[in-house]
Design a protein around this ligand. Structure first.
Ligand SMILES: *Cc1c(COP(=O)(O)O)cnc(C)c1O
Ligand code: SF4
Length: 430
């Protein structure tokens, strides 16, 4: 297979994208307005292989990467639009963008500041430890992606100044932290996308986990959307073979290696190069598990999810999580009421075999933990949501069913109230 050259376009280069040269000027302008507030980045593979240009703007992958006017509130949109029409100095655009972003809840559930542990009384940058058995690690060079999703809950980190210096002390800190935390069985490398890193840069992070001192770390998970955004990473990139050898080495050393692949639509699984990438990863002995949010305009249809999970099982991928879109960024554009999310989940699950029913959800990653909507029912005349913690800040909460008043409009945990006249949910009492 021929090597593919990665070509990327960012917010100031929308007008350079050939496929966009046929669309009406006002549509292009509206995309430029939004791309000055929310992150935008798209590469040649997504443009040429994933988007059906005869179906825009409705095409799900077009919606997944290209900004749309209604992703901003009307007043925000109009302020940026009228500024841009005056041919403004760049610092004016930057100033307004910063102001508009601040209104979009850039750091939901205390993303970057909570759950950061300390070592010798200093915060350890790049580590989050919220649930006892799993540590999240953000390698500094893996904090971008091959393209950006319009709904990304980590969007705020893509619009600031990025510090992508190679930090070898990061590896030492990670090692030291894990050594003293023998309760940790899983490490999850996340970002951005750690798979944007060159193999030679990723290697020391992963190989340090093979030290006998860290034998309690049994599972190495790597969160990525590279199987969708740049499958060549695993097939024709210069260091693709080296990457696969590295994964194989981890597996042969006795680690469980799980690629946590972010998918939103079965379309992402169609190109032959995506199949080849999946096949090559699975050949190393690593598993691929899939997760992704439920989103209006992209996948708010049980048929899309049923087909997505079915295709995944066919390709040897294990469905893992369906998430509820978080309350940040363009969430007004993408959000789905919890009641509808549960309906979509249920109808999709009914259509697939048991092997695809490993997908749990719809799940909200909120402050107290991951809360799953298990169903809607009536108990003693009151219509309620049945909920449970899949993960809890306190492990005692996990799997305990609890109830919230039914609310057809609620889209997030903080909209819900306890059922049966209770004043607080059980976990709020602690
Ligand atoms: C989801 C998540 C994990 C992993 O949880 P699992 O249920 O083991 O998949 C770990 N840390 C954080 C902060 C998470 O949101
Ligand atoms: S791949 Fe993940 S981190 Fe990257 S833009 Fe999409 S949602 Fe955000």
């Amino acid at each position: 297979m021929n090597q593919q050259i990665f070509k990327v376009y960012t917010n100031r280069q929308l007008d350079k994208i050939e496929a966009l040269q046929k669309i009406p000027q006002d549509m292009l302008f509206s995309m430029q307005v939004v791309a000055n507030v929310l992150p935008f980045r798209v590469n040649n593979y997504v443009i040429n292989e994933l988007i059906d240009w005869n179906n825009i703007p409705d095409d799900p992958i077009f919606q997944l990467v290209f900004p749309q006017q209604s992703m901003l509130e009307q007043t925000s949109y109009e302020r940026m639009a009228s500024l841009l029409k005056q041919n403004p100095a760049p610092q004016l655009v930057k100033k307004l963008a910063t102001e508009l972003r601040a209104e979009l809840n850039p750091h939901p559930a205390g993303q970057m500041d909570l759950n950061v542990p300390s070592l010798n009384n200093e915060p350890v940058k790049g580590i989050q430890h919220k649930y006892k058995e799993t540590v999240l690690f953000f390698p500094s060079q893996g904090q971008v992606c091959h393209s950006y999703c319009t709904f990304c809950f980590r969007w705020a980190q893509f619009v600031g100044d990025k510090n992508l210096r190679f930090a070898s002390h990061e590896i030492d800190q990670l090692h030291t932290y894990l050594k003293t935390h023998t309760e940790v069985s899983d490490i999850l490398f996340t970002g951005g996308d750690p798979m944007v890193m060159k193999t030679k840069n990723l290697r020391p992070y992963l190989e340090t986990l093979l030290s006998p001192e860290l034998s309690h770390v049994q599972t190495i998970r790597i969160g990525t959307k590279a199987l969708t955004f740049w499958p060549y990473r695993f097939v024709t990139d210069d260091d693709a073979d080296e990457l696969l050898e590295l994964l194989e080495k981890l597996v042969k050393s006795g680690k469980h290696v799980a690629i946590m692949a972010h998918y939103n639509h079965w379309r992402e699984l169609e190109p032959p190069i995506a199949h080849e990438a999946i096949r090559r990863i699975r050949n190393t002995g690593a598993e691929i598990r899939s997760q992704g949010p439920l989103l209006a305009h992209i996948n708010d249809d049980h048929k899309v999810w049923a087909k997505l999970w079915r295709e995944q099982v066919k390709l040897g991928i294990i469905p893992y999580y369906m998430f509820v879109e978080r309350d940040t960024g363009a969430c007004n554009y993408f959000e789905i009421p919890l009641a509808k999310a549960w309906e979509i989940y249920r109808q999709a699950i009914q259509k697939v075999s048991g092997l695809a029913r490993t997908a749990r959800g719809p799940s909200m990653s909120a402050g107290p933990g991951k809360v799953e909507i298990q169903g809607v029912t009536e108990i003693q005349g009151e219509k309620v949501f049945v909920l449970r913690f899949i993960q809890g800040r306190n492990p005692e909460w996990v799997q305990k069913p609890f109830f919230a008043k039914y609310d057809p409009k609620a889209t997030w945990l903080n909209h819900l109230e306890p059922a049966f006249g209770e004043k607080q949910f059980f976990f709020e009492k602690q």
